[in-house]
Design a protein around this ligand. Structure first.
Ligand code: ADP
Ligand code: MG
Length: 629
């Protein structure tokens, strides 16, 4: 290698510096992961070359055999890892190695826990693996040449990890990347051949490219020999794969320190042949809610890697599933666009979804505790399925778990099936309430009549619940009905006598409701006598076809236009406060406003004029205090 231009010195982004420091401090007891990360990068680079060469065969002109080589120099105390993958241009080196463009960095630093085993996995999850080289090296030298560049297009990058790096153009005959680590004194154990072999078989055995090291056999001095097993795990028959093999493979995919909750390995034969290996994790990844998260399913065609994060293979509500699909009959040069409209992919996807859902159903039935733990982590995501996946809605509905008035437990444990089973014959609907918190739902005045009559109501407080109930209109022919919307048809709850008495009260209070309605004016659609309340004086109800206050607030918080539908105010005819009001009451306007504001507060809505509310309450309290004397 000769130098063709003077080296330029650059500073790392501040974040990179911090990252290096933090990483060294938190991972000192798990340094060996550096090798896993660098091998994984080399293997990715080979995969990317193979894929790019499908449309540009010239990229392979240096040779089609792809692989990695690892060697040590005991005297110099160096470890060298090279690959003949796609390599990098000078711009790419600056962009990929000198900067951390991804949003993950800050989160990574925040997520570092001080537990080395856990933190070592974070490196991979957050895409900062390259920097793990500095766990053991005081100086890292990387040379690379992109497969599309000529020999003059080589680049050398050197850094001591202290804040600066130099970069210069060089001549490099072969495409690919070579990384030499100059080990710190205290890390010279890694300059031992056998030590590296151990790490490779532990972390990188499943890598399907050959990872070679110089032969230890004196006779074969100068030869390279593969040190990894190298067969794609999913292509082996199930009975030849041990539990431990599965777990190691899962960990290499997910960087999860835990074992998976479930492993599903399937070979499908017939006119569409493919193998799938899916894992359901125990814990949600840190970026489950990040739109740009990049996991998902890796797609292979006949064991050749095509792409990771193949979104078309798994719907978004199953985005926590990890694994591999290896399809026998797809063309090798598939593009993302191709996948989007491909019938075979659709069939693989739909069969995969069914497999996963039926495993979840099995867990729900046979291992309720395991399912409960799963639900805690992923329930909110799975709820999206009811909204998105029309074909599997029935199965998904049975997988849902909710809170209900039946118990004070804040964990979501009640299924629709169990609710249905408990319903008395005459009950016509499955009742629910939505609110922005469990507490707001369970203390809502709307529940009073239901609690009094011992009718179970589902308490829904995840934002996605609003969409869920608007997609799931019924369960086993029983409609799902909000207790806070429309008029209550309480025939299934109240006796004919009560019903009659209610009609009487409506007549008696007609003058009052009319007057209150005119005093509240634009704030309400109407004021009417309630059948829902036993303890509270008033509550707000949405019209049957309106969105309801909770959904309106969610939409507004999301920055969307929500129609600002006016609520209906219902008053409790038996409440002492209401009973002392009449259309001629001198302070009826103040009372109406206070009752209205309180009803809004009790459903968690913010008051537009809190000061005016407080003032009115104080006025009324003062009057009451004075008359009490
Ligand atoms: P990640 O692999 O998760 O993207 P890394 O920090 O390990 O994060 O690597 C950063 C980037 O540097 C890679 O995405 C890749 O673009 C580039 N890179 C690293 N090693 C190599 C290599 N051996 N060959 C080509 N590109 C590489
Ligand atoms: Mg990497």
């Amino acid at each position: 290698m000769t130098q063709t231009a003077t080296a330029q010195t650059h500073s790392f982004q501040t974040e990179v510096k911090q990252l290096l420091q933090l990483m060294i401090h938190s991972l000192y007891s798990n340094k060996e992961v550096f090798l896993r990360e660098l091998i994984s990068n080399g293997s990715d680079a080979c995969d990317r070359l193979r894929f790019a060469a499908l449309t540009d065969a010239g990229l392979m002109e240096d040779g089609e055999t792809l692989g990695l080589k690892v060697s040590v120099d005991k005297n110099e105390k160096t470890v060298t890892i090279s690959d003949n993958g796609i390599g990098m241009t000078s711009d790419e080196v600056v962009e990929n190695i000198g900067t951390i463009a991804r949003s993950g960095t800050r989160q990574f630093m925040e997520a570092l826990s001080g537990d080395a085993a856990n933190d070592a996995n974070l490196i991979g999850q957050f895409g900062v693996g390259f920097y793990s080289a500095f766990l053991v090296a005081h100086r890292v030298e990387l040379t690379t040449r992109h497969a599309s560049a000529g020999a003059e297009g080589g680049v050398r990058w050197i850094s001591d990890g202290e804040g600066e790096y130099t970069i210069e153009s060089i001549t490099r005959e072969e495409r690919g990347t070579t990384i030499t680590l100059y080990l710190r004194d205290e890390d010279k154990e890694f300059a031992e051949d056998f030590r590296l072999r151990g790490i490779i078989s532990r972390y990188s055995d499943h890598i399907s490219l050959p990872i070679e090291m110089p032969s230890e056999d004196k006779e074969k001095k100068g030869d390279w020999e593969p040190v990894n097993n190298g067969s794609a795990l999913w292509s082996r028959p199930k009975n030849e794969v041990s539990e431990e093999d599965y777990h190691r493979f899962y960990q290499s995919l997910s960087y999860d320190t835990e074992t998976p909750l479930a492993t599903l390995h399937n070979r499908v034969e017939g006119n569409l042949e493919y193998t799938s290996l899916f894992f359901i994790p125990k814990k949600a990844p840190f970026d489950l809610w990040d739109r740009e998260q990049r996991h998902g399913i890796n797609l292979y065609v006949r064991r050749i890697f095509i792409m990771d994060d193949a979104k078309y293979l798994m719907p978004s509500y199953l985005r926590f599933v990890r694994g591999v699909v290896d399809a026998a009959d797809l063309p090798l040069n598939v593009s993302r666009e191709f996948l989007q409209n491909n019938k075979d992919i659709d069939r693989i996807r739909s069969a995969s979804v069914k497999k996963i859902l039926s495993e979840l159903s099995r867990l729900a039935e046979k291992e309720p505790d395991t399912y409960a733990a799963f639900w805690k982590e992923f329930g909110k995501v799975l709820k999206e399925g009811v909204v998105e996946d029309h074909d599997n809605r029935t199965v998904l509905a049975d997988l849902m778990r909710f809170n209900s008035t039946r118990s004070d437990d804040t964990d979501q444990t009640e299924s629709l099936a169990a609710y249905f089973k408990r319903m008395p014959m005459k009950q016509k609907a499955i009742y629910y309430i939505t609110a922005d918190s469990h507490n707001a739902a369970s203390t809502s005045p709307h529940l009073e009549i239901f609690r009094k009559n011992d009718v179970e109501v589902l308490l829904l407080s995840d934002p996605v619940d609003e969409w869920l109930v608007s997609s799931l209109n019924e369960y086993k022919d029983k409609p799902l009905k909000s207790v806070a919307k429309g008029a209550l048809d309480l025939e299934d709850l109240t006796s004919p006598e009560d019903k009659k008495a209610n009609e009487e009260k409506e007549k008696d209070l007609a003058g009052l409701t009319e007057k209150m309605q005119s005093l509240l004016g634009e704030r309400v659609k109407s004021v009417r006598v309630s059948q829902r309340l036993t303890d509270s004086p008033a509550c707000l109800v949405a019209d049957e076809t309106d969105l309801g206050g909770n959904l309106e607030r969610i939409l507004q918080a999301m920055g969307q236009d929500a129609p600002d539908a006016k609520p209906i105010m219902e008053i409790n005819p038996d409440h002492p406060l209401i009973r002392q009001l009449n259309p001629e009451h001198a302070q009826l306007e103040d009372w109406s406003r206070v009752l209205f504001d309180q009803a809004a507060l009790s459903e968690g809505a913010p008051l537009p004029e809190p000061a005016a509310y407080v003032q009115r309450v104080n006025d009324l309290l003062t009057k009451a205090a004075l008359t009490a004397h």
